[in-house]
Design a binder for this molecule. Structure first.
Ligand SMILES: Nc1nc2c(ncn2[C@@H]2O[C@H](COP(=O)(O)OP(=O)(O)O)[C@@H](O)[C@H]2O)c(=O)[nH]1
Ligand SMILES: [Mg+2]
Length: 199
């Protein structure tokens, strides 16, 4: 995918504030600090479009980025940040599930899992929501540069088993540091964007 333009359009919490116009969307989700902003920046070859931060749990809304004036990347708020209070957790769940249950232009969701860690309860819940609402799921196993190739293979098997993943749901080792997985993820996203669910 050649990135001609990529710009932040808006933040939104409620459906009334989502962009109009019917362009297809790809959503990105995962726990705080998993490497979501870094992955988005890597895909878009932009250094700081999606903010990367060492302070996890800062992003509280859905963030819409318009790519090539043709589709949106939607950065969903990260979850599982230890200091998040109960009421915030509830509003997070409501905001994310509302989006996933109602957004007909959503073509695929990329679920990010740190390759060094077991999927958490919230990762499995997110996967369950995505399956329940019928969205194509791609899993990116992030920070792949941090472990060796043998450990990497073991982790991928473990992640696939624990989520659990179906055969048709790609699991792509990814590193924002080395760029590993970028082409494979783009080609998977490309085919999701080309597939018109209505036709
Ligand atoms: N080594 C390595 N570090 C990464 C990678 N992706 C993200 N990080 C680091 O992990 C931290 C969290 O990244 P960020 O993209 O802000 O995560 P987010 O909270 O999910 O958006 C930052 O310190 C990043 O530099 C990666 O692929 N490899
Ligand atoms: Mg982020």
């Amino acid at each position: 995918m050649r990135i001609l333009s990529a710009e932040f359009i808006k933040s939104a919490a409620a459906p009334a504030d989502y962009p109009r116009g019917g362009l297809p969307e790809i959503a990105f989700c995962g726990r705080s600090n998993v490497g979501k902003s870094s992955l988005i920046n890597t895909l878009l070859t932009r250094r700081r479009l999606a903010q990367t931060s060492k302070t996890p749990g800062k992003t509280r809304t859905l963030n819409f980025f318009l790519i090539n004036e043709a589709f949106f990347f939607v950065d969903l708020p990260g979850y599982g940040y230890a200091k998040t209070g109960r009421s915030l957790k509830e509003s997070w769940g409501k905001m994310v599930e509302t989006y996933l249950s109602s957004r007909s232009v959503l073509r695929a969701a990329v679920l990010l899992i740190d390759i060094r860690h077991s999927p958490t309860r919230l990762d499995r819940q997110m996967k369950e929501w995505l399956d329940y609402y019928g969205h194509p799921v791609l899993v990116a196993a992030t920070k792949e540069d941090k472990i060796g190739s043998q450990a990497s293979r073991r982790s991928l098997d473990h992640i696939a088993e624990e989520l659990p993943l179906r055969e048709d749901q790609p699991l792509i080792p990814f590193s924002s540091k080395t760029g590993r997985g970028k082409d494979r993820l783009w080609s998977a996203l490309d085919s999701c964007l080309r597939t018109d669910p209505g036709g």
